[in-house]
Write a protein that binds this ligand. Structure first.
Ligand SMILES: Nc1ncnc2c1ncn2[C@@H]1O[C@H](COP(=O)(O)OP(=O)(O)OP(=O)(O)O)[C@@H](O)[C@H]1O
Length: 303
């Protein structure tokens, strides 16, 4: 078994009496993308800071690339970490290309990557302009380019799509997918849930510093037992008369069915010649998030 890129075992972080993180465990494998979710103050940024070695855990075990992030040797590993902080800020009087060249030098990354990354995030046209003239979205794009420098093996992205327009958001997720394919492990923290789900392997939901849900979306859906919604067209009458279909909660042309009953319901629906269309909708990340915030209980142990 390959070693985890991020290994956290029963990690807690206290700020005086406040438990910002409480008994959190995580094993993040190479090439895995974890979505980290939670309300304001849930502990997401604290977790990233512990992984970066900016903050020290109060209790618990942490290993990044197999090493304690507080150890002297860990500074070398940080070259392989890309970090986009929540509120990105740069030297305003420098141009875009100067800012990125500066970070490239700090990370010992070849200069050619600067132009490549500016192109990737769509800033080539503005690279000679001072950052103080950049819009919010342009600053965010520059922040992403900075995080992508040196093809990091571990990427920590705090609210990466804030301020990005829909095209830039899509391009950002393409970059995430590409880095993942090349083996990078990614922790992606976002309040903008729609659009995230197809790019993450697992989700962790934090509440008050504690993990209240952890797993793939399929696992979280199964645990939550949220119904699958089957939308139909052309069988309104049968939905109200067929006893094999009226037993499911029906709303106009839709049925609310438990996952394990889905195929039986679909077979029955398809037995009618008049059926024109069928669409199956599973619980979205947003719905799962709301469900676990309302019903989740703290999870202990290795995840
Ligand atoms: N240096 C600090 N000193 C004292 N308390 C802190 C410190 N850093 C964070 N906290 C507290 O720890 C808790 C978790 O904060 P954190 O920034 O990790 O939350 P978050 O999930 O990232 O929130 P947001 O979504 O608003 O960014 C909050 O109550 C916060 O006030």
């Amino acid at each position: 078994m390959t070693a985890s890129i991020v290994s956290m075992t029963n990690v807690s972080k206290y700020f005086q009496q406040l438990k910002a993180l409480n008994n959190v465990s995580l094993q993040l494998a190479e090439g895995e993308v974890l979505g980290l979710f939670g309300h304001n103050g849930a502990g997401k940024t604290t977790m990233m800071k512990l992984i970066l070695g900016i903050e020290k855990a109060t209790t618990g075990e942490l290993a990044i690339f197999g090493r304690d992030p507080q150890s002297k040797q860990a500074w070398q590993d940080r070259r392989h970490i890309g970090y986009l902080p929540e509120n990105v800020s740069f030297y305003d009087h420098l141009t875009g290309v100067e800012v990125l060249s500066y970070f490239a030098k700090l990370k010992s990354v070849p200069r050619r990557q600067v132009a490549e990354l500016l192109e990737l995030v769509g800033l080539t046209h503005a690279m000679q302009r001072k950052v103080k003239t950049y819009s919010k979205g342009m600053r965010q794009r520059l922040g992403l380019a900075q995080a992508f420098l040196g093809e990091p093996k571990l990427l920590l992205l705090d609210e990466p799509t804030v301020g990005l327009d829909p095209t830039a958001t899509q391009e950002f997720y393409h970059s995430v997918d590409r880095l993942k394919q090349r083996g990078a492990s990614i922790i992606l923290c976002s309040h903008a849930l729609p659009g995230v789900e197809q790019h993450i392997g697992r989700a962790m939901i934090l509440s008050g510093g504690q993990v209240i849900a952890m797993g793939s979306l399929a696992q979280l859906r199964a645990q939550a037992s949220l119904p699958v919604v089957i939308h139909t067209l052309g069988i309104t009458e049968q939905l109200n008369s067929d006893p094999l279909l009226t037993c499911y909660k029906s709303c106009k042309d839709s049925l609310h069915v438990q996952e394990n009953e889905k195929m039986a319901a679909l077979k029955q629906i398809m037995s009618y010649d008049s059926v024109v269309d069928v669409r199956v909708e599973t619980a979205s990340l947003e719905q799962l998030y709301q469900y676990y915030l309302a019903n989740g209980t703290p999870i202990q142990g290795t995840a």
